[in-house]
Design a protein around this ligand. Structure first.
Ligand code: ADP
Length: 310
């Protein structure tokens, strides 16, 4: 659990982060979203103390992080950086072992840790001796997450982890990341400027502008119950795509019986309509067209239901 309370940072009397507060529970993904210059990176760097805040408090597992040395603090944080950032000349085992080695763990403990993390990330132990380029993009991502988890941190920071990828790989890795979330079970703070990514990955979104929180809430809350003009306009450009990502099969279940729709076995009721549309075989696409029709026929009712539940 991380709790950020009223943090503030100014440069030359200009606030770049103003009175920011939020908390993230284990198993929860909070996305810091906002236009360029809104204070996302500064916030992340304040959390790992690469930048000193002017005021405010940050607690990790109820511990005041000001009382920790930067070294102690960073042991509590795992990082997943842009494009996963595995060291290309290290084997997978060496990549995952970096932090435990820095922590001075003995060889057996490190080996056991690597084995259990590979198992958790559903990777065969045969990958240990391979180099990153010998793995698929999805496997590399899982190694990147295993590496971030290796030292047993309480918090994972992800800085534009899918930023430099082509759109298709990006979408695949986002989908895979969502499936891994349960196994990770840590508080995760993810920085992105990509609205769709925020919508797909965030349990909560913290939308920033000029260093201030404009709104913090679930993707649906921001989309259907915007707190102000900025939030409304920020989401308006991609509104339809965002809605299709936010609305799930379950949301439609009050209007139709999904049993009649021969849905693929691995498609969960929590699947978004956008996910459904990715299935392209002919019979299925006809069904999804009907799902979309149902959505648009009931859109107003659904939106008012979402609003009521906020
Ligand atoms: P984001 O990550 O959302 O793009 P940043 O946190 O990097 O935004 O920056 C927020 C604001 O703070 C920007 O206006 C940036 O110019 C300013 N800023 C960041 N670092 C410094 C610095 N060292 N000195 C002065 N201004 C800075």
């Amino acid at each position: 659990m991380i709790e950020v309370r009223n943090i503030t940072k100014s440069y030359h009397s200009t606030p770049v982060v103003s009175n920011l507060s939020f908390s993230v529970a284990p198993g929860e993904v909070l996305v810091l979203l906002g236009p360029s210059g809104s204070g996302k990176t500064t916030t992340l760097k304040i959390i790992n103390r690469l930048i000193e805040k002017d005021s405010g408090k940050i607690f990790i597992e109820s511990e005041d992080t000001d009382k920790l040395t930067p070294y102690e603090l960073r042991r509590k944080i795992g990082y997943v950086i842009q494009s996963i950032g595995l060291f290309p000349h290290y084997t997978i085992e060496q990549n995952i072992s970096i932090v435990p080695e820095l922590l001075g763990w003995n060889k057996t403990r490190i080996q056991n840790r690597v084995d259990s993390l590979l198992e958790m990330m559903n990777l065969p132990s045969s990958v240990k001796s391979r180099k990153p380029h010998e793995l698929s993009g999805g496997q590399q991502q899982r190694v990147g997450i295993a590496r971030a988890l290796a030292g047993g941190p309480s918090l994972i920071l992800m800085d534009e982890p899918f930023g430099a990828l082509d759109p298709i790989t990006r979408q695949e890795l986002q989908k895979e990341f969502k499936q891994l979330e349960g196994a990770i079970n840590k508080a995760i703070i993810l920085v992105t400027h990509d609205i769709i990514e925020a919508m797909v990955l965030g349990d909560k979104i913290c939308l920033l502008d000029e260093g201030k929180i404009q709104q913090i809430g679930t993707p649906k809350e921001l989309l259907f119950q915007p707190a102000n003009k900025f939030v409304k306009e920020f989401f308006s450009q991609h509104k339809l795509q965002l809605e299709l990502n936010a609305v799930t099969l379950q949301d439609l279940s009050g209007f139709i019986s999904l049993e009649g729709f021969d849905l693929p076995a691995d498609l969960q009721p929590e699947a978004s309509l956008a996910e459904c549309l990715m299935y392209t075989d002919k019979k299925a696409s006809l069904q999804y067209n009907s799902l979309l029709k149902i959505y648009f026929n009931h859109r107003e009712v659904l939106i008012s239901k979402f609003k009521e539940s906020v």
